[in-house]
Write a protein that binds this ligand. Structure first.
Ligand code: MCA
Ligand code: AMP
Length: 517
């Protein structure tokens, strides 16, 4: 069997000299901390041995909700090394959300922050998980204590391309989260394509250095950024939290940066962002949400660098990218570039017929990067694929004659706030359960910092007078705060079309100037 393990490929790219720096922390407890490649090799071996010692069934899920740390990255790598399935969870999720994920994914192992051990362990044991460990961002907790007793020798698991490597939950339009099942082949094919397409430079070619400032519970920070650096044997400057001033101060030592648009607008607000600060930089990459053309232009003006925008999804990893090499074309603002090599991107009208160049329709994709389906949801999976096997992204756009893809909107009801996805159906469901609420509509409106901000419009029950601020406060007790509407309006009714469907476009228009966006 040829080995398609993502871990094996990353491990094979470690530099020959394992005592050079792999990761240096820029913030967080004890910073700066220096981790060598040997530390990654040893740490992942010991963690993989700990997982192996638990005698877990094949295909076991390891669910992880911790703060960002290098040890948390090692845990991800160790899960791959041991051959299990990684399930990352946003550190902002609360009990209501965690209960669903653990109940649905039935992980054999849960790793959480020490401060959440009491309630998460109780929940996890009740739902059938047998092993709960803790991992703090300061190397505290039972996971590392137990791993310290393990051998430093570990033979990485062999994996076929179609074997499951990770499950990433993405919320559904009905409000129920779906676990996108990504295989080793999905992750590895995409990492290799991006490595080549973005021209990563190994040490003997000038040596790229990546500033890693994204969370590691989503595709962008976990796969695109981390795999990119690791597959190139490149050093990472590691920020546990994004901080515009701090990142700019480290740019002179770095060559690659990846961020969501909010990170770029926040850096542009800092006077220390100058051409001189970016002199050694080779590549700035943006994705996860639309990059405003104003940001693209302002960045070029200020730094002399043209941001490369790309497009992807949890279900597909990366799909398109603006060109890196000038010979392949210009980086065109407002577009997400070309289909990546080996990836199919097409646009179809509402009847499934092909759209002519430039005509707007639903974006459909295929390729070795496209996921196998949603965890235990065969019907949902079938609905999201066409009869000829293309995945319907739910994004709406067009492709021009040269092949540049432009996203103009979404057919899925989704708000992207600061790079985090918020599904209105989930929030509406929770608001509608609150006392005095008859119904509600959740929309995204332009926001200068987050791109889009979540806003709710609530209709009271007859005789009731719910308070917007109280509704937001009630939601804060239940769900991740980034999902909580920044403003809640109370209205007599919701605008509806003749079919009775809420006209969210009218609500968006009504509130579009709310944040001066
Ligand atoms: C934080 N808050 C937010 C957001 N982030 N509210 C709305 N939208 C957000 N994105 C709220 C918190 O709940 C909190 O509210 C308050 O702001 C301060 O929180 P803090 O953590 O201090 O905020 P921050 O550090 O300033 O965070 C902003 C951020 C962060 C750095 C932009 O949101 C971020 O790292 N975003 C990147 C997300 C990402 O990696 N996406 C990739 C998804 P309160 O005070 O009420 O508690 S992968 C993907 O989309 C696809 C596959 C792709 O193509 O990449
Ligand atoms: P996620 O569910 O976190 O995987 O988010 C995937 C969605 O993010 C895509 O379906 C798009 O709607 C959006 N997205 C990602 N990259 C871009 C981009 N460069 N421009 C516009 N939307 C994007």
């Amino acid at each position: 069997m040829s080995n398609a393990s993502i871990f094996a490929a990353l491990r094979a790219a470690f530099p020959a000299d394992l005592d050079t720096t792999a990761i240096e922390t820029a913030d967080g407890p004890g910073a700066p901390l220096r981790y060598t490649w040997r530390d990654l090799e040893r740490g992942t071996a010991m963690l993989a041995n700990l997982l192996a010692s638990l005698a877990l069934p094949e295909g076991s899920r390891v669910a992880v909700q911790t703060d960002k740390s290098v040890e948390a990255l090692m845990l991800y790598l160790a899960v791959q090394r041991a051959g299990y399935v990684y399930l990352p969870l946003n550190s902002a999720y609360q009990r209501h959300e965690i209960e669903y994920f653990i109940g649905d994914a039935e992980p054999a192992v849960v790793v959480c922050a020490p401060k959440h051990f009491t309630w998460i362990s109780r929940l996890a044991f009740r739902l059938g998980t047998r092993n709960v460990f803790t991992l703090g961002d300061d190397r505290s907790g039972s996971l590392l204590e137990r791993a310290a007793l393990m051998s430093e020798q570990h033979t990485p698991a062999l994996k076929r391309a179609d074997e499951l490597a990770a499950i990433l939950y993405t919320s559904g339009t009905t409000g129920r989260s779906k676990g996108a099942m990504l295989s080793h082949g999905n992750l590895l094919s995409n990492a290799r394509v991006l490595h080549e397409y973005w021209g990563w430079r190994r040490a003997d070619e000038g040596g790229d250095v990546l500033i890693h400032a994204l969370p590691i519970f989503h595709v962008h920070g976990l796969f695109v950024a981390s795999h990119g650096a690791l597959l190139n044997g490149s050093r990472m400057i590691w920020f546990a939290r994004f901080d515009a001033k701090g990142v700019i101060a480290r740019l002179p030592e770095a060559s690659v940066f990846m961020g969501v648009p909010t990170l770029y607008t926040r850096m542009l607000a800092e006077p220390t962002l100058t051409r001189a600060a970016c002199a050694r930089m080779r590549l700035f990459i943006s994705g996860s949400a639309p990059l405003q053309v104003e940001t693209f232009d302002a960045w070029r003006e200020r730094t002399g660098h043209t941001i490369l925008e790309r497009y992807g999804m949890s279900e597909t990893v990366m799909l398109t990218s603006n060109p890196y090499r000038a010979a392949d074309g210009e980086r065109r603002r407002g577009t997400v570039g070309f289909a990546l090599p080996g990836v199919g991107v097409r646009v179809r009208d509402e009847h499934g017929a092909p759209c002519a160049a430039g005509a707007i329709g639903g974006i459909e994709v295929n390729g070795p990067n496209v996921f196998g389906g949603y965890w235990r949801m065969p019907e949902k999976t079938a609905e999201e694929f066409t009869a000829d096997g293309w995945f319907k992204t739910g994004d709406v756009g067009h492709i021009d004659e040269r092949g540049y893809v432009t996203i103009v909107g979404r057919s899925k009801d989704l708000v992207i706030s600061g790079g985090y996805n918020v599904y209105p159906a989930e929030i509406e469901g929770l608001i509608n359960e609150l006392p005095g609420v008859a119904e509600s509509a959740v929309i995204g409106v332009p926001h200068p910092d987050f791109g889009e901000a979540v806003v709710a419009v609530v209709v009271p029950k007859p005789g009731a007078a719910p308070d917007g601020a109280a509704i937001a406060a009630a939601l804060k007790d239940r769900i991740a705060h980034f999902k909580v509407p920044k403003r809640v309006f109370v209205a007599d009714e919701l605008p509806r079309n003749t079919m009775g469907k809420v006209q969210k476009n009218l609500l968006r228009q009504q509130h579009q100037g709310l944040f001066g966006g």
